[in-house]
Structures are given as C-alpha cells and as structure tokens.
Design a binder for this molecule. Sequence first.
Ligand code: PEP
Ligand code: MN
Length: 346
Amino acid sequence: MIVVMKAGCSQDEISHIATRIEDLGLKVHISQGVEHTVIGVLGKVFPELRDTLELLPGVDQVIPVSKPYKLASREFHPRDTIVQLNGLTIGGDEIVVMAGPCAIESEEQLLTTAQAVKAAGATILRGGAFKPRTSPYQFRGLGESGLKLLAEVGKETQMPTISEVMAPNNVDLVAKYVDILQIGARNMQNFILLDEVGKTKKPVLLKRGLSSNFQEWLLAAEYILAQGNEQVILCERGIRTFETYTRNTMDISAIPIIEKVSHLPIIADPSHATGKWYLVSPLALAAVAAGADGLLIEVHPNPDIALADGPQSLTFDNFRLLMSQIPTIAKARNRKLAIPSTMIKP
Ligand code: PEP
Ligand code: MN
C-alpha cells in the first residue's frame, strides 16, 4: 500500500502518518519526490487501513500495491530510478556500456582491454576477481589481487569499475575496490548476500537467476532496496530453456517487461546469454532496440587463450564494430551512448 501525500504537506503530517503506521507493527519507507512525498507501507496490510489513512491530514490518496514486491514496483515509484555514478547516469537518457574481460588475468591483459574498450566508447570497466565457476578445477579468479588491479586500471583509465561479490563476508572487501557490486546469476537468491550489499552505499547490479521468473528476480531486488540501498540495476543475462545451441536463452522480453513493472534500470548481458561471440553483437543491438539502459559485454585481447569465457568474448575489433552500430539503434529509442569521462568537457 502506498500513501501519496498532498503537494506542500508538512513534515509533521508525514511523521504523524509514519508513526500511525509503525504503531500497527508495519514498516514505512518514505520517498520524498520533487512534487509529492510517497509513504510506502510494508508488511501485512489489511484493507480497512486504506480508509483510516485516507482520512488523515495531508493525505492525497492511498493506493493498494498488488505486487508482492513493493519497493521495486512501478506502482510504488512511478518515475524511473536513475543511478548516479561519478557523473554517469544509469537509467536516464544515455546507454551505458560496461565492458572488459570475464576474469582479470594480469595487469597487461586488463590495461590493454580497458584502453581498447574505453577508446571504443565503453564507460564502465568490468572484470571478475571472484569467479563462480561450474567446476572447481577451472580458473576461479585472482581474488583481492585482481581487485587491486581493477582499482588501479580503473583509476588510470578514469573508468568506474564493476566486479562480482560472491560471499556475504566479502562485501566490504569488494566494496573497498569497486564502484558497482555485481551479484551473479547463481547468487540471485543468496538472501544474506542481498542483505549485505543492501547495507552498502554502492550501486548493485543484480543479474537474473539461471531459472528465475520476474517475480523472484524483483523480490531479490526488494531485499537490497529494503535495506535502504536504492541503487539497484537489473541485468538480463539469459535463462535456462530446453535449447542447447546457446549457453542460455536471451529473454529480450525481460527488458520491456521490467520497464513496465519496475522503476529500476535494466541492462542486458548478451555475452552470458548466448555463450558465442558471434551472437553477442546482434543480441546487444536487439537489447538496445528493446529499450535496455545499458549493456555488459565481455571483451578479451585474445579470446582463444582467455582463462574464462573465451568463446563468448569479443576481440577489440569486434567490440569497436558493435560500438559503432549502437548509436543508430539507440536513436530510434531517443537514446544516445554515454560519453567516456575524459571526453566530457569540463
Ligand atoms: C560474469 O559476469 O562473469 C558472470 C559469471 O555472469 P553470470 O552470473 O551472469 O553467469
Ligand atoms: Mn563470464
């Protein structure tokens, strides 16, 4: 249930309503907009509450929220959430491209990739240091030394960074080095981890679980939002279907569906969705056409010898080609590519 306050209502009226709600054993979430203040009522609400709240001074209207996820729903927060990051916005007019290797392997590998993707127009540098691998014998990442490299290279190339955090007790460590915390598909329902990233002030990229439906995905986002972290970015990365030709099946419909039911930004990861480098660009463009707020793309200087996800990694040349094609498609959706930081005039 949400309580929409009248424009110009007083702070006392807001506090009074919050207290009344809390006295009933429910939780409140106050969101102060430019014109209206909206009070979210969280917990087991009963229908009569609507009549009670509607009569209180300062209240404009009380709207029941039908979805089990509240804070993540468009009903609760009609305007788009725009995540702010060092002058970049995610979820606004611009399309943000996050690119880099699946796994950080060495300083040289990361630096050359960062320079190449930035020159091609990527704005955020990705690189895994803690890698969730299907087999324990595969390369599982450089751990903290990888994060150090990511922070150094991010600084040198003036790119904000993103990396995955896999365990609740590693959140502080990863947050010390990166600008965006990534929750991988396999951990989408690791609820303790979601609570922990929700307690940080860093934006969180929440990937869709391997076989998760929209409701489960948005309830996972709800965990992060309920802890007070409003900077959540959703990422469609393909789901499990009967098809075996591709690594996963990219659910393009996720993009307009999320846009309809949630205010959170939604980006697409065609690398993990397809598992094949030659499918990455067509699906990246399709995601932009469908309205994605950004892309996450794996790029490697030499995919043939990559320690993780080589078959789906783009070469520098292929990444440049993709980036050159995005603006035409973006224009059809009234969007443009975000500009890398050093190109922004002071
Ligand atoms: C990754 O981004 O490298 C990754 C492991 O992604 P996912 O969680 O989508 O499999
Ligand atoms: Mn990968």
